[in-house]
Write a protein that binds this ligand. Structure first.
Ligand code: GLN
Length: 195
């Protein structure tokens, strides 16, 4: 486990696969304390969790192998989760292209690789609550539908790219790879409020 320098409740970063180390650093830049999570016991010790980008199919497989799938669902029923890219796919209620299992913690439908080649891997300006923000997209899913409780905080070409629903947050891009620390700061604040 890597201990962060920040103060406040510990924020876990699921460290089975993907770009979890970039999230740890982003949490620290945002003034939070980050720890890596690989087991159910480590999960129980954190006040919020980040599901990083990577490969959602591989992550799902590893979650089952590590017996973390059900504990994660229960965790999400009580504590905040922030999913980015593959992590957002895991959080959604419905996954398309192809259909796959998910935690179903957010009322959203996402289509994997939904932007096609159009923004396979690109840095673009999104609209983040009315202000421009640089966002890194890597084989991003597209959010096709959100439930009535969802707040759309970020948009790109009219589609939601950052949504908040109750305690959870999901981004189809990679805020941990950009310079804008506002989104991680928002999650750190959500975890503090919930803790
Ligand atoms: N395309 C990947 C998936 O479907 C997500 C890509 C990412 O996390 N950068 O899981």
């Amino acid at each position: 486990m890597v201990e962060g320098a920040g103060v406040g409740p510990k924020i876990g970063v699921l460290a089975l696969q993907g770009d979890f180390d970039a999230h740890r650093r982003a949490i620290e830049r945002a003034g939070g304390e980050a720890v890596e999570v690989r087991t159910a016991a480590e999960l129980e010790a954190v006040a919020g969790l980040i599901l990083p980008g990577g490969e959602s199919t591989t992550m799902l497989k590893l979650l089952h192998e590590e017996k973390l799938f059900e504990p994660l669902k229960e965790f999400g029923a009580r504590k905040p989760i922030f999913g980015t890219c593959a992590g957002a796919i895991l959080l959604a209620k419905e996954v398309l292209n192809p259909r796959q299992e998910s935690l179903g913690l957010m009322d959203a439908t996402v289509e994997r690789n939904g932007y096609g080649r159009q923004i396979d891997s690109r840095i673009v300006d999104i609209d983040l609550e009315g202000e421009p923000s640089e966002a890194v997209f890597i084989r991003a899913p597209i959010i096709r539908q959100v439930g009535p409780e969802a707040k759309v905080l970020g948009k790109y070409m009219e589609d939601p790219v950052l949504i908040e629903e109750g305690r959870h947050l999901a981004a189809t891009f990679h805020p941990e790879l950009g310079r804008d620390v506002r989104i991680h700061r928002r999650f750190v604040e959500k975890v503090k409020r919930a803790a």
